[in-house]
Design a binder for this molecule. Structure first.
Ligand SMILES: Cc1cc2nc3c(=O)[nH]c(=O)nc-3n(C[C@H](O)[C@H](O)[C@H](O)COP(=O)(O)OP(=O)(O)OC[C@H]3O[C@@H](n4cnc5c(N)ncnc54)[C@H](O)[C@@H]3O)c2cc1C
Length: 459
């Protein structure tokens, strides 16, 4: 049998951060990646990372704090998140941001997105991030990465410790032993029809977007050995994708966080547009035939951010995904919703925006507590048909603050750690943008540090 000190299952952001951390501590590491390339859902992502108190925020004059970051995460998570995990995130997030910068990850700009009471979405190019970490791994002779090598099952030794991985490589089944720990970082299950049908039947019909290898393998492997699972009842899609978005071209637009409203086929608003886009997804999925539109005017269009993964509305226009009209009447005609209803909806909304109130849905901000809604009144007007995508599952293996996998009684399962999207408990009922990539870094490294905590730190 092959022997290592640590074995990491999955080479997305969590796994790659774990591999670099472990490699720099000088231990002998094997990372198994199921696909023939690294990156999983990470490289498909919009690249927002939630950090507070960074030099970028300071330069932009944004006042943020760890306390506010934690408060926002708990509020967005409906108060049912595992507070211990959120607290650890708060403690470790700034250092994690700095660690990424030191490891060559480039942050290009800042935006406020879902759940941010100030702009704290620090944007990376996820391909560049994974490549930087991979470059570092290649300098570390003690780290081995095997591609097209899916982990299949885990085995327990006679002392009850999980210490062996069965994996497949080049058509052969092989066993590898890990003396210090096994870290599951195999991502979520957005690409497993089997698991989505089981745990999220309400999302039948939602687009599926995620790493092709993300089929919940790690959850099953841990479950077999008694792992508890968390947050399954809160599985939700994400709102803001054009119905064609699961194809080759990304087509997501979150104009509602810059001031657009959402209307259904009847031309009516149905939700406070400033809430988490996960909860917007739930609300949108309950509309007639699940068809909804984001509607905005030129004032919102002027807030389009060039090359931003979520706010480049001009790009959506160039891709011919937007309807544009000089009057609301024409716009309603384009999207085939009743003209009078659209006019009435917008007139009511505008009155509210002018008076700083929204009697129907209570919208007070653009996103979370940030920004003020503006009337939709400046021609031309735009509509973007939007639907829901299941793109990150955010529910899974229960872990404690040391990233140890725990059983239903909260007791660690010896030898087993987990980090990234494969874990549950962290987000609770809702996800704050950027906290999933963020937690992959924070807990990927913690898993290694805890597994090696009985070893002297080597760099
Ligand atoms: C379109 C989209 C946009 C998103 N935007 C954002 C965003 O802006 N900010 C944010 O915070 N989050 C975002 N997310 C979510 C975020 O990208 C993921 O939650 C995060 O990247 C998960 O990282 P990870 O390392 O846990 O998993 P992944 O990056 O998915 O990596 C898991 C890896 O494990 C491998 N694997 C699976 N099974 C096995 C096995 N049996 N053996 C070996 N390897 C295995 C997979 O092939 C994959 O490479 C987005 C997701 C999508 C799809």
């Amino acid at each position: 049998m092959e022997s290592y000190e640590l074995i990491i299952l999955g080479g997305g952001l969590a796994g790659m951060c774990a591999a670099v951390e472990a490699g720099e501590q000088g231990v002998n590491v094997l990372l198994l990646e199921k696909q023939d390339e690294l990156g999983g859902s990470t490289v498909l992502s919009s690249g927002y990372m939630a950090f507070a108190n960074t030099d970028m925020q300071e330069k932009a004059g944004i006042v943020d704090s760890t306390e506010s970051l934690i408060e926002d995460m708990i509020e967005v998570g409906g108060g049912v998140n595992n507070k211990e995990l959120v607290e650890v995130y708060g403690k470790r997030q700034l250092e994690s941001y700095q660690w990424l910068v030191e490891h060559g990850v480039e942050f290009r700009s800042l935006e406020a997105v879902s759940g941010h009471s100030v702009p704290r979405g620090h944007i990376i190019d996820p391909h560049q991030a994974i490549q930087s970490l991979f470059r570092r791994v290649k300098q570390l002779a003690n780290v081995t990465i095997l591609f097209s090598a899916p982990a299949k099952r885990l085995l327990k030794n006679a002392n009850g410790r999980i210490d062996t991985v069965i994996y497949e490589s080049e058509g052969k089944e092989t066993k590898a032993n890990a003396s210090k720990g096994i870290i599951i970082s195999s991502g979520g299950f957005a690409k497993s029809e089997e698991m989505l049908t089981q745990f999220a039947p309400q999302l039948k019909g939602a687009l599926r977007i995620g790493g092709i290898g993300n089929k919940g393998d790690g959850i099953k492997m841990a479950w077999e050995h008694g792992a508890w699972v968390q947050d399954l009842p809160y599985l939700n899609g994400t709102y803001g994708f054009h119905p064609s978005a699961a194809g080759a071209v990304k087509s997501q637009g979150l104009a509602f966080y810059k001031g657009a409203i959402m209307v259904n086929q009847l031309g009516k608003r149905f939700v406070n547009e400033s809430i988490s886009y996960k909860l917007l997804g739930k609300a949108a999925f309950e509309q007639p035939e699940c068809i909804t539109y984001q509607v905005w005017d030129q004032t919102v269009m002027d807030k389009s951010v060039f090359d931003d993964p979520l706010y480049d509305f001009e790009l959506l226009k160039r891709r011919r995904l937007l309807y544009k009209a000089d009057t609301l009447e024409e716009l309603a005609d384009c999207i085939d919703v009743p003209v009078e209803a659209v006019e009435e909806t917008i007139s009511k909304y505008n009155q509210g925006a002018q008076n700083g109130e929204d009697p129907e849905f209570g919208r007070k901000s653009l996103t979370h507590n940030y920004g003020k809604p503006t009337p939709i009144e400046r021609a031309p007007f735009y509509a973007f048909e939007s639907t829901v995508a299941m793109l990150a599952t955010y529910a899974g293996i229960a872990v404690n603050a040391a990233a140890q996998v725990v059983n239903p009684y909260g007791e660690p399962i010896p030898g087993l750690f987990a980090a990234g999207e494969v874990t549950g408990g962290f987000h609770g009922a809702g996800y704050m943008t950027g906290s999933s990539l963020g937690k992959a870094v924070v807990f990927g490294r913690i898993a290694v540090q805890e597994a090696l905590s009985n070893l002297p730190v080597k760099r």
